[in-house]
Design a protein around this ligand. Structure first.
Ligand code: ADP
Ligand code: F6P
Length: 324
């Protein structure tokens, strides 16, 4: 029978996301309740390789559930993508008595967890990214807060866009994925949304839509553009000269990653943190936690990484209809 886990390490990796602190808090406290020791690994895999490892007690995670960012800091670490880096990481875990690691991050971070698992360290991944681009789960930590932050910002741009009767192109984050753009497109009543998964580079159709809306008496034209398409400033210039409608570009940027997590992010992140500890306590490894069809679930990391998900074509299509 596999040796029972005694000490759990927890790290955050890749881009930070509001709700990561709630997950860290849940890992620490659920582990303590289950009689385990907990060690915080700072700055993701970079901190693991530098042995930035601290003991964590229940009161070390006091007063953090409401805070954005991650108290453990986060990083991207090239060295950990190499075999030598991964072996060193596993050895450092053993040296510190860490027999299970909970990795809060995105697909890249899960690949690191997969490698640690293959080297004998039990690992569990928790989906943490504002991008919602993890195929095995309908929920990722931080998306809800980020999309609400972006929505509020777009409402503000819309006010001034309406006063000046302008077209506004607002660029939202998401790396290669268009989930934030799609949700904002619907929530903000955008006239157009540009998503990497659906974009056909037909700028003429945007120009025609702006002119048609102007004729109908619309006082603004909001285009939510996903970061994966980008080039909002040059697009604004081309659109202005083709339509004669004053056009401005706003790139929301990193403000979308900050701020106090929403209730949903706090609750889901807390549940996933506790669930990850329970998996380790059951002797599970190389798993990733997900949320599907109203249930918290877990998948083999290899299978999770091979899954695909697509943006809803229906929601994409109705977005323009609803801004008629
Ligand atoms: P995310 O986890 O949000 O997808 P990244 O893709 O930047 O973010 O990955 C975060 C970190 O995970 C990387 O900096 C690296 O340390 C680790 N990582 C990414 N890909 C691999 C890989 N193939 N093998 C091992 N570690 C990886
Ligand atoms: O993955 C989260 C994310 O915020 C993406 O939306 C964005 O493309 C990227 O991280 C930005 O990364 P950085 O903080 O390194 O600029």
């Amino acid at each position: 029978m596999a040796k029972e886990i005694q000490t759990i390490g927890v790290l955050t990796s890749g881009g930070d996301a509001p709700g990561m602190n709630a997950a860290i808090r849940a890992v620490v406290r659920q582990a303590i309740v289950k009689g385990k020791n907990v060690k915080g690994i700072k700055r993701g895999y970079a901190g693991l390789l530098q042995e930035e490892i601290i003991d964590m007690r229940a009161n070390d995670v006091s007063d953090i559930i409401q805070r954005g960012g991650t108290i453990l800091q986060t990083a991207r670490c090239k060295e950990f993508t190499t075999e030598e880096g991964q072996q060193m990481g596993a050895e450092i875990c053993r040296k510190h008595g860490i027999d299970g690691v909970i990795v809060i991050g995105g697909d890249g971070s899960f690949k690191g967890a997969q490698k640690l698992a293959s080297l004998g360290i039990n690992t569990i991944g928790i989906p943490g990214t504002i991008d919602l681009d993890i195929a095995c789960t309908e929920y990722t930590i931080g998306f809800d807060t980020a999309v609400n932050t972006a929505m509020e910002a777009i409402d503000k741009v819309r006010d001034t866009s309406t006063s000046h009767e302008r077209c506004s192109i607002i660029e939202v984050m998401g790396r290669g994925a268009g989930y934030i753009a799609l949700w904002c497109g619907i929530a903000n009543g955008a006239e157009d949304i540009l998503l990497p998964e659906k974009y056909n580079y037909d700028e003429q159709s945007l120009v025609n839509n702006i002119i048609a809306n102007k004729k109908k008496g619309k006082k603004h034209h909001i285009i939510v553009n996903a970061e994966g398409i980008g080039h909002s400033a040059s697009m604004a210039k081309r659109i202005e000269s083709a339509t004669g409608v004053e056009t401005r570009a706003t790139i929301l940027g990193h403000m979308q990653r900050g701020g106090s997590p929403t209730c949903k992010d706090r609750v889901y992140a807390s549940t996933m943190g506790a669930y990850a500890v329970d998996l380790l306590c059951k002797g599970k490894s190389n798993r990733v936690v997900g949320y599907r069809d109203g249930e918290y679930v877990d998948f083999d990391i290899d299978e999770a990484l091979a899954m695909q998900k697509d943006i809803s074509s229906y929601q994409f299509e109705i977005c323009r209809n609803l801004s008629l």
